[in-house]
Ligand binder design. Structure first.
Ligand code: ADP
Ligand code: MG
Length: 262
C-alpha cells in the first residue's frame, strides 16, 4: 500500500443545507484529532465520511482526499487495501472463541506470519489498557466491555496495518484511555476520535467542533490545555485505581492528592 501522508476534508453541508465554513482541513500522519459536539450533531457522520472516503456521496456531501488527491476507486472498494480501522461502541468481533485463537486468525487474515510471542505481546499491551487482566485462554464472550475494548485497541495497534484509525466514543468502557491513545499513536497513524471526554479531547492535537451536522470550528490544542489534560488524566487514573481496589474488596483508607497548580 502506498504511504498515507495526509487526509483532507473538503467542506460539505450541514443539516440545514448551509455550506461548511472552511476551505479544507488537512490531517497529517501522526496527528490525533478529537471530534466534539452535542449528541446528534453529526460526529459519527464525520467518521463515516472518512471511513467511506466520501466523494460528495454521503448525507453531508463532504469530499475526502488522500495525499491531496481524489483516491483511486480501488482504495474505496477493495477490502484487502484496508485503509481505515474503526473502533466503535458496538463490538462486532465477539464470537465464541478463545482470545489466542481470535488473534491468531486475525494475524493470518492480515497475511502476517505469527511471529513467536506476538500474540502474548498483544495481550500484554491490552492488559496495560484494562484494569482486569485478560488471559489467552479466555473466551471472547466472557470478556467485560473494558477488556474487549482494550483487546481491540491493542489488536488495531499491533496487528492491523491500517494507517487511519477511527474511534467512536470508547470512553465509558472502563479502560485507561490515555494508555489506549498512547498505544495507538505510537504507530505514527492518523487517529480521529469522537469523544465527550474532556481529558481525551484536550490530549488531541486539534479538535473539530460539530454543530447541526457541520464542522463549525477547528481548535488547535493550546499548551495550557495539554497541561490541563495531564491533570485530568491523573484524576482519571486515580479513579480507576480506586475502582479496582473496591472491586477486589479492599477498603480505601487514604486519599491521594495531586497538588500542582497550573
Ligand atoms: N451534514 C449532515 N447532513 C445531513 N444529515 C446529517 C449530517 N450530519 C449528520 N447527519 C445525520 O444526523 C443524524 C445524527 O448524526 P450522528 O453523526 O449520529 O450524531 P452524533 O454522532 O454526533 O451523535 C444521523 O442520522 C446523521 O446521518
Ligand atoms: Mg455518534
Amino acid at each position: 500500500m502506498k504511504e498515507i501522508k495526509k487526509i483532507t476534508i473538503l467542506p460539505g453541508f450541514n443539516k440545514f443545507g448551509k455550506k461548511e465554513n472552511f476551505e479544507k482541513i488537512d490531517i497529517k500522519k501522526g496527528e490525533v484529532i478529537a471530534i466534539v459536539g452535542p449528541t446528534g450533531s453529526g460526529k459519527s457522520q464525520l467518521l463515516y465520511d472518512i471511513e467511506k472516503i466520501a466523494q460528495k456521496d454521503t448525507k453531508s456531501k463532504r469530499k475526502i482526499l488522500i495525499n491531496g488527491k481524489t483516491p483511486e476507486k480501488e482504495w474505496r472498494f477493495n477490502p484487502k487495501r484496508k485503509l481505515i480501522a474503526s473502533l466503535s461502541q458496538t463490538m462486532n468481533f465477539l464470537t465464541d472463541m478463545r482470545v489466542r485463537d481470535f488473534l491468531k486468525l486475525h494475524l493470518e487474515s492480515r497475511g502476517k506470519k505469527t511471529r513467536k510471542g506476538l500474540i502474548e505481546e498483544v495481550i500484554k499491551e491490552a492488559n496495560e489498557i484494562t484494569g482486569e487482566a485478560i488471559s489467552p485462554e479466555m473466551n471472547l464472550l466472557n470478556l467485560s466491555g473494558g477488556q474487549s475494548r482494550a483487546l481491540m485497541v491493542s489488536d488495531i495497534a499491533n496487528i492491523s496495518t491500517s494507517p487511519v484509525i477511527l474511534i467512536d466514543e470508547i470512553e465509558n468502557a472502563g479502560i485507561r484511555k490515555e494508555k489506549a491513545i498512547e498505544v495507538l499513536i505510537e504507530e505514527n497513524k492518523i487517529v480521529l476520535i469522537v469523544t465527550h471526554d474532556p481529558c481525551l479531547a484536550l490530549s488531541a492535537d486539534k479538535r473539530l467542533v460539530i454543530k447541526n451536522g457541520g464542522i463549525i470550528k477547528i481548535i488547535e490544542t493550546s499548551s495550557k490545555e495539554k497541561e490541563i489534560a495531564k491533570h485530568l488524566n491523573w484524576i482519571e487514573g486515580y479513579n480507576l485505581k480506586i475502582r479496582e481496589k473496591i472491586r477486589r474488596g479492599e477498603k480505601i483508607d487514604k486519599l491521594e492528592i495531586y497538588c500542582k497548580t497550573i
